[in-house]
Design a protein around this ligand. Structure first.
Ligand code: IPM
Ligand code: MN
Length: 363
């Protein structure tokens, strides 16, 4: 029997309660599809920081290396540790494991309403490929004369040719292999999210990498949108977009807007993927840790369940992944279970149960 070792990092705030739902869905999928799941949980969090002075141990990456995949709940609790310190852990794993593709599907499930009126299950089906290890997030820079009237801060973006090229290439591969909802075209379109009209080095370089890669994919439609205009078009014409490739910062920003197209942060998940499989990949709901809701069991676990769907897909268990997707759709379109963010009163556990019941019902 196939067996997968999954590392769990629940993190802070509501992390524990959503991780419970992640494990439940994993276990049911394993049961239905005949594989084994072995999980190990790590208490890497702001509480650990307060107790030991570090979010995670020094050998954290070494420890994680032996796992097939990682589930990350949510990190950060600004009342305990400043965000730029606690979140360093997330960035360290992304960079350390060369998870250079941040895979962020944007789709609106039936039965979910979006605050954006153009968004319907028929119009929203976008895949954002965000560069995840460098660019604006390189973490290089410094302070000068801090605390004096002459103080300044320098934050340097680092765009390597390798970093740009491989991320963009992944986007083109996705456009070839996926079938956009409602599309009649044989292959898809890759929109280059850029800002080369103002960022005259980094984004000009990024565009060159895009053009270079595009030559290898004459069958895929090319397209470009400046990031500011893209936010407008995401709202006005979400149906236009297929695959979007973006740098680290731009991809971060447009996927929060994407989450609104999806009905809210309770539905949006992401994969931090090392496509070569040299290191484990990591899957997470992209919402924050909502410390004020800790232990209240009111947050929507769909983003978490969606992260597990992506994880299983990445592990090659695509039948199980598709099964979870169908179960999410069934649970949401039944309309009986609605968490607080959806205007209902059901708990995290009840929503998890609705999905798990739907998985069992069609097993
Ligand atoms: C995300 C988050 C992180 C990011 C933060 C918490 C560092 O916003 O995963 O989208 O900017 O990448
Ligand atoms: Mn973000």
């Amino acid at each position: 029997m196939k067996s997968y070792r999954i590392a769990l990092i629940p993190g802070d705030g509501v992390g524990l309660e959503i991780t419970d739902e992640a494990v439940r869905v994993l276990d049911v999928a394993a049961d239905i599809y005949g594989f084994e799941i072995e999980t190990e949980s790590f208490d890497w969090s702001c509480d650990r920081y307060l107790a030991t002075g570090a979010m995670m141990p020094e050998n954290a990456l070494e420890t994680l290396t032996g796992f097939d995949s990682i589930f990350l709940g949510c990190i950060g609790d600004a009342d305990k540790v400043e965000d730029h310190i606690s979140l360093e852990m997330l960035l360290a794993i992304r960079k350390g494991f060369d998870q250079y593709v941040n895979l962020r599907p944007i789709k609106l499930y039936p039965g979910v309403s979006s605050p954006i009126s153009t968004a319907t299950p028929e119009t929203v089906d976008i895949l954002v490929i965000r560069e995840n290890t460098e660019g604006e997030y390189s973490g290089n820079g410094g302070f000068f004369k801090r605390g004096t009237p002459d103080a300044f801060a320098l934050q340097t973006g680092i765009f390597t040719w390798k970093g740009c090229e491989r991320t963009i290439r992944y986007g083109f591969e996705m456009a070839r292999s996926r079938k956009k909802l409602g599309s009649t075209a044989p292959v898809g379109r890759v929109t280059n999210c850029t800002k080369s009209n103002a960022l005259n080095y980094s984004m000009v370089f990024w565009d060159e990498a895009y053009d270079f890669v595009a030559r290898d994919y004459p069958d895929v439609e090319t397209d470009m949108a400046l990031v500011d205009a893209l936010t407008m078009w995401f709202v006005k014409n979400p149906d236009y977009f297929d695959v979007v490739v973006a740098s680290n910062l731009f991809g971060d920003i447009i996927t929060d807007l994407g989450a609104m197209l999806q009905g809210g942060m309770g539905f949006a998940a992401g994969g931090n993927v090392n496509p070569e499989g040299d290191y484990p990949s990591m899957f997470e709901p992209i919402h924050g840790s909502a410390p004020k809701y800790t232990g209240k069991h009111i947050v929507n676990p769909i983003a978490t369940i969606e992260a597990i769907r992506m994880m299983l897909d990445n592990l090659g268990e695509s039948a199980a992944a598709n099964h979870i997707e169908s179960a999410i759709k069934a649970a949401l379109s039944a309309g009986e279970t609605r968490t607080r963010d959806m205007g209902g009163t059901n708990s995290t556990i009840e929503m998890g149960t609705a999905v798990v019941d739907a998985m069992r019902a069609t097993a």
